[in-house]
Design a protein. Structure first.
Length: 111
């Protein structure tokens, strides 16, 4: 029988997986599972996820374990942003992006 806690963790894993653009089979393969069945069971809350596996999942999905467990982020959340080279961006666009990143960093520290 699925517990509410397992369902909540599973839902957060599913949302994080979808945000990363991964399918259940792709996540399963990255973790080392042969099929996506385990991922499906974890996401539905029918299977508890071991803390060691939760760490692997969090790393692959670029999430904090605390978020996957509780839904809250650490007080000093780190903002990671990568800019890819794009010929359509000029210096003004890049400056606006950098300003926005700095704004986000300041917002993260204030919480």
């Amino acid at each position: 029988m699925a517990s509410n806690k397992d369902r909540e963790i599973g839902q957060r894993i599913r949302r994080a997986r979808e945000l990363e653009g991964l399918t259940q089979p792709e996540l399963a393969k990255k973790i080392g599972y042969e099929s996506a069945t385990a991922i499906s069971l974890i996401e539905s809350g029918e299977r508890s996820v071991q803390i060691s596996m939760l760490g692997k999942i969090a790393e692959i999905l670029h999430q904090d374990v605390q978020f996957l467990l509780t839904g809250s982020t650490p007080k000093r959340a780190e903002i990671k942003v990568a800019l890819r080279a794009d010929k359509s961006l000029d210096k003004s666009d890049v400056q606006q992006i950098e300003n926005y990143i700095e704004f986000l960093k300041k917002q993260g520290r204030g919480r």
